[in-house]
Design a protein around this ligand. Structure first.
Ligand code: GDD
Ligand code: MG
Length: 359
């Protein structure tokens, strides 16, 4: 069977003022009525031909009630694994794998970030379906996006030996967050994909890979898990022990070591994904994926536009009127308003940083 594992860490400071520490972006209804977390869980419904088990959400314990409530509203029963502190994605997945094997099974985990948009569910589901038999045989599956810029916030996967239809191939090499010159070379070469951040592998395959690459992380998670407890739908780990766990990402800890000729790690497989993927890191990437009017404007809430083009205007509780704007983002909330140029929205986190340092 297949267990959806949803990673819900991070607070998404580039989507300020909507995304806040108390309410991180994946828990907000950014698009339509559902939060990104709810959309992520819903994406697993009605999967043809595969038995999909209840999802496992891994999150900071601070968000347990919001997340439990969001699942309840969708009438979805899932487990919520609570981290007493953020230790990045490698420990988060290690705990999820321990939870998944606890009844003696060895299910396939479909690891999904909670803060992504995937517009085309059918293509997404068929890419996952292609990966299932390969994951069952012990491979680590990644889903690659054709890059359109030298984005440095992503992992890059070099396509290796072909393995079948639809561009499925071995991973030749995985490079996490290269510098911009290297990223540009990769994009120009045409043989690299962006890492979507979705992964799929058997629980035991991850546990053995993390044990090979980062014995310290595996050991720390093991103790934290063994001294944890089950509290209804909440799975708790031992706070002191987990706090001692080193911090690292799936990408740096394991994926960068998976190469075509490393036989001590599982085979890495790349499945191209063309499903309207966006990691909604900042307002500009959110604008990219949202439905627009004929002038390219994305509007939400009480908004009035005149002669505007390619804007994103969002109002939470006041009327917002814009005249003659082009390539602008305006986000109104009860206590803060953002006005930014679309091409500069990556820098919104600098505002948040300076707000934080002012206390
Ligand atoms: N539970 C939990 N605990 N989740 C976490 C933690 C943690 O400590 N840290 C991060 N996450 C969640 C985030 O909420 C997000 O959904 C996902 O894990 C990925 O973490 P990010 O911090 O957003 O990673 P990134 O964007 O820098 O890079 C990853 O995603 C890119 C695509 O968006 C990498 O996998 C890149 O290779 C990839 O290109
Ligand atoms: Mg991210």
């Amino acid at each position: 069977s297949l267990i959806p594992v949803v990673l819900s860490g991070g607070s998404g400071t580039r989507l300020w003022p909507l995304s806040r520490e108390k309410y991180p972006k994946q828990l907000l209804p950014l698009i339509g009525e559902d939060s990104l977390l709810q959309t992520t869980v819903r994406r697993m419904k009605g999967f043809p031909g595969i038995k999909v088990d209840a999802p496992l959400i891994v999150c900071n314990e601070e968000y347990r009630f919001i997340i439990a409530e969001q699942l309840r509203l969708m009438e979805i029963k899932g487990s919520i694994l609570l981290e007493p502190a953020g230790r990045n994605t490698a420990p988060a997945l290690t705990l999820a794998a321990m939870a998944a094997v606890r009844e003696g099974d060895d299910p396939i985990l479909l690891v999904m970030p909670a803060d992504h948009v995937i517009m085309d569910i059918t293509s997404f589901q068929s890419a996952v379906q292609q990966g299932v038999p390969l994951a069952a045989e012990g491979a680590v599956i990644t889903f690659g996006i054709t890059p359109d810029s030298a984005e440095t916030g992503y992992g890059y996967i070099q396509a290796g030996e072909p393995m079948g239809d639809n561009g499925v191939c071995r991973i030749a090499r995985f490079v996490e967050k290269p510098d911009v010159a290297t990223a540009q070379r990769y994009v120009d070469s045409g043989s690299y994909f962006w890492n979507s951040g979705l992964f799929m592998m058997r629980a035991s395959v991850w546990l053995s890979a993390i044990g090979t690459c980062r014995r310290d992380i595996l050991a720390a998670c093991r103790v934290a898990w063994d001294h944890g407890s089950v509290d209804g739908d909440f799975l708790r780990v031992n706070k002191e022990e987990f706090t001692r766990c080193p911090s690292d990402s799936i990408d740096y800890a394991v994926m960068e070591h998976i190469t075509a000729d490393n036989n001590s790690l599982p085979t890495g497989v790349l499945i191209p994904l063309s499903a309207g993927w966006s990691d909604v890191g900042a307002w500009d990437s959110l604008w990219d994926v949202l439905p627009k009017d004929q002038q390219g404007n994305v509007l939400q809430g009480d908004v009035l536009l005149h002669e505007c083009r390619n804007t994103l205007v969002l109002s939470e509780h006041r009327l917002v009127a814009c005249v003659g704007l082009e390539d602008m983002v305006v986000v109104e909330t009860p206590d803060a308003i953002l006005v930014a140029h679309m091409s500069e929205t990556q820098h919104v986190k600098k505002v948040v940083d300076s707000l934080k340092s002012q206390g």
